[in-house]
Design a protein around this ligand. Sequence first.
Ligand code: ACM
Length: 674
Amino acid sequence: MKMTNIFCLFFLIITPFFAFAQGEKTDLMPIPAQMQWQEGKFRLDRNFALSLNGTFADRLFGASSRFLRRLETRTGLFLKQGFISKKDNLASANLQIQVQKAGELKLHEDESYEIEIQNQKILISANTDLGVLRAFESVLQVIKADAEGYFFPCGKINDQPRFAWRGLMIDVARHFMPIEVIKRNLDAMAAVKLNVFHFHLTDNQGFRIESKTFPKLHELGSDGEYYTQTEIKEIVKYAADRGIRVVPEFDLPAHATAWLLAYPELGSKDTIIDPERKAGIFDPVLDPTNEKVYDFLDKLFAELFPLFPDLYVHIGGDENEAGRHWTENAQIQKFMKDNKIADNHALQAYFNQRMLKIFAKFNKKMVGWEEIMHPNVPTEAVIHSWFGKESLFKAAQKGYPTILSNGYYIDLMFSVTSHYLNDPILPEGAKMTDLEKSRILGGEATMWSELVSPHTIDSRIWPRMIAIAERFWSPAHVNDVEDMFRRMEILSIRLEEFGLNHIKNRDVILRNLAGGSANIEALKVLADVIEPMKKYSRNPKGELYTMLSPLTLMADAANADAPAARKFKILSENYLKKPNEADKAEIMKYLALWKNNHAEIAELCKKSPALREMEKLSENLSLISGLALEILTKEKTNRGEKILKTSSLLFEEARKQGGRTELQVVDAIENLLK
Ligand code: ACM
């Protein structure tokens, strides 16, 4: 056994005993592979300085400077070091950083690191500067304070990711996201050690990247909202500086309305193409039997691929299952017959084979949604599973590298718990061979943007993305949900340092809803117990919201995991398990708050018509809370039972949506009464 392995084994064995030697739980997120804490503190003062030693990419200078500035933000210390340069390699510095080589932004690059915090010194060592970037985030998360000032607890962290592909997809086609939105989300991604930004650039509703070769694409397909090539380079550089790969997606052959607005002759049906403003699955699709399509894409990709240095490009490939325009086109049908192409899926595989040739010409590997999997598509393509995990396992067994997004659709507004406990391998994949498991590269959360604006997108990504990032990075056994919530809430606030508005913008929406008033206390109480409707139920058949609809109402202020509802559920469950006066008093406090809140909401509704869609829901909350209060007060009499018998209708009413939100405390209150 090599020395390093013995060292690791030692860590593994002692970790459970020393992990919380300080009698505290760690706040780190993602939790590192191994850590060990000791007595002792490294005291931070303005003489704190870092030294860069060894060989590394230039990104480490900027990253080190940002690390110091963030340390200053947290502590208010006026540190002496400014911008870090080659000169900053002083033996006297108390943070010594040792790097072996420049990290490459590629799949499976080494991101491991070690941190050792001693009383007078901190050592970070890593094989690549990417490891140092990950280490910086861990150091920033263990900073603590006491009466004497700020300090780092003494200890050791030895860490590396479980999965190589840890991504977030942002759809900028449905709603365009200005460059500053992308940048602040890249900062936050780096803070939780994510390393792939999947940039969904084109879809039916928008073509969001400038093409100089075919300018009609962005001119006609974006309503003027697109990234110039200079901006794309800026984003790619910003990501690279943070150790994040950028994988662009050009979703084809379907999801192509915006392309066909500009070049209808590339489509499969001679029909009028209008800008798509709705959400849903649409028919416009490129004609894979038309040679001009391949000439066009060859020229376009010759222009656009070089903007993205990553080896991988996403071809989309999803949701052409009906392939109606192919079926309705006699010439396409003849082509299929002549070439013995059995069905639309095989025709899409033919398209992908042609695309693979173009990709190969530009030294790119293909990623595609699971629909690209077909016997005629070689196993060098990466299969992106979204429908169900079955496709992930099937792909791995067939020899494809594969990534998981099923279970990480954060646009559907599910609880973070469901995402957190969704493991890319376990439990179903445990029986696969090691080789098959190794083909599961990791996962990506998907932020589809039908129902988000630049003002709300942060609150749909964060804080849940923090927990998903932990799933991708930390050992599989890290799965304590309550502790995840505790740590996620801490880090969520820290992420505000990047300008993310996931917390503060709720109040901005509420002030607008209150008719421009700062008096939003009652609205906050309501927002704390509701969640937006889940899955696609908020926009049934895509008929209510278009891409121009307001995203400024209560459903947009509400978030997944309504905080008061979650606390009340835990409280009431504990109380039911073990009735006690303290819990009961707190339960009564909540119920009184909710009962009395409605008077204020009713007043606001008079002045603010936009709020009225919430009035009934707020009243129902008041009624069930009042009922529960009454029964809890009189629980020793049998009047409670009588009320309960007549109340089931009331609870049924309270379960109905209001303003496309749902009350999250109905079950807990009802269980309490039962
Ligand atoms: C997808 O959600 N259509 C990949």
